[in-house]
Ligand binder design. Structure first.
Ligand code: NDP
Length: 242
């Protein structure tokens, strides 16, 4: 049995990634924090894709809860390991810096960057021992370019991309690759409330991306074919920024 874990797998990009990995033959460990109904839909789609899945519900911002959940999974799956980790959970709390609440600063940093530590750390040792692993971190265009109103989000994603590059160098010798993806605007709940028509005009491909298009890239980075790619951040943004 091959296992993959996707954080924030209940909706949006995470859901499409769960389905993609299921199509590739992975049993998918679906993490999310609150939305049980949407998580159920993801699990049904994973099963339709031909494998199985299970929930591991925890708040990726909470180090103790994360370690407890992952150690519980490991204890229940002796001799098996999660060989693909997709650090995908993320939130937006946009505001100009001058008005940004401290709570919104911390929430966004903890959900992307703090979670990278919380989730990756307990899953790393089995990958190193088995000498195989794929870690894929969901960055953002915002983490490469910086976007106004997103000092928190740009910092979180920029930090995540830097951590990707650092970790890749630490563990490459153990055949574990670490890469990041930097999506532009993708049609999910996260882009609700944005001025879609105006934004589309700024994108060379004149449309937002679909979660499945991001999932296809995750699938490639998780595959054996991507074995010589590590420490990279790959943009998928319709030509918006390169
Ligand atoms: P959505 O808002 O559609 O989904 C977010 C997911 O993250 C949900 O599954 C949610 O779970 C989960 N989540 C949020 N907070 C936590 C937490 N504390 N612990 C565990 N799970 C959590 O987002 P997208 O699919 O759009 O985004 C996925 C990733 O892609 C994010 O990292 C985002 O920053 C990044 N991204 C998205 C872009 C876009 O345009 N959509 C562009 C660039 C990057 P629940 O359902 O339980 O709330």
């Amino acid at each position: 049995m091959k296992y993959a874990m996707v954080t924030g797998g209940s909706r949006g990009i995470g859901r499409a990634v769960c389905v993609k990995l299921a199509q590739m033959g992975y049993n998918v460990v679906i993490n999310y924090v609150s939305n049980d109904a949407e998580a159920e839909k993801t699990l049904a789609m994973v099963r339709e894709a031909g494998t199985d899945g299970e929930f591991l519900k925890f708040d990726v911002c909470d180090y103790e809860a994360t370690v407890k959940a992952i150690e519980g999974w490991q204890a229940a799956h002796k001799g098996e390991f999660i060989e693909v980790l997709v650090n995908n959970a993320g939130v937006r709390r946009d505001n100009l810096m001058i008005w940004m609440e401290h709570e919104d600063w911390l929430k966004v940093i903890n959900t992307s960057l703090g979670a990278f530590y919380n989730v990756t750390k307990p899953l790393l040792q089995p990958m190193l021992r088995k000498k195989f692993g794929r870690i894929i971190n969901m960055g953002s265009l915002s983490g490469l370019k910086g976007l106004p109103g997103q000092c928190n989000y740009s910092s979180a994603k920029g930090g995540l991309i830097a951590a990707t590059k650092a970790l890749a160098q630490e563990i490459g010798a153990k055949n574990v690759t670490v890469n990041a993806i930097a999506p532009g605007f993708i049609n999910t709940d996260m882009v609700e409330g944005l001025n879609v028509d105006a934004l589309k005009e700024t994108i060379p491909l004149k449309r937002f991306g679909e979660p499945e298009e991001v999932a296809a890239l995750v699938g490639f980075l998780a595959s054996r074919d991507a074995g010589y790619i590590t420490g990279e951040c790959i943009s998928i943004n319709g030509g918006l920024y390169s």
